[in-house]
Design a protein around this ligand. Structure first.
Ligand SMILES: [Cu+2]
Length: 114
């Protein structure tokens, strides 16, 4: 795992400062997800290697993640919401959105690919 790309770090810092400034009108949830977030965290393709519902973690083999400056690999993600993992099983092809927060990698959305 390489160090965080400078641009990615800047984007995170920018997003959090923008969110803080807009807090009075944005409300708690939307302040964590400024409008630019979707473009910065595109859907990626992967395959489920392991699901741990109790810990809310999923091991994914994923392709390159441009938004996280990460090459293809197999790694563990924490689910932003453990419910996201319900119904997933080893070998499932999935489309997912990955994000990095506080030094950990999260999936913020995941669904079986048709
Ligand atoms: Cu990875």
């Amino acid at each position: 795992m390489k160090t965080l790309h400078p641009l990615a770090l800047a984007a995170v810092l920018l997003a959090s400062s923008v969110g803080a400034q807009q807090a009075p009108q944005g409300g708690e949830h939307s302040s964590h997800h400024p409008p630019g977030a979707a473009a910065a965290a595109p859907q990626s393709e992967g395959e489920v290697r392991k699901v741990d519902l109790e810990q809310g973690k999923v091991t994914l083999r994923h392709g390159p993640l441009a938004n996280l400056d990460m090459p293809a690999m197999t790694m563990v993600f924490t689910a932003a919401d453990p419910k996201l993992l319900e119904g997933l099983k080893q070998g499932d092809k999935v489309r997912f959105t990955a994000d990095k927060k506080d030094g950990s990698y999260f999936v913020t959305a995941i669904e079986a690919a048709k």
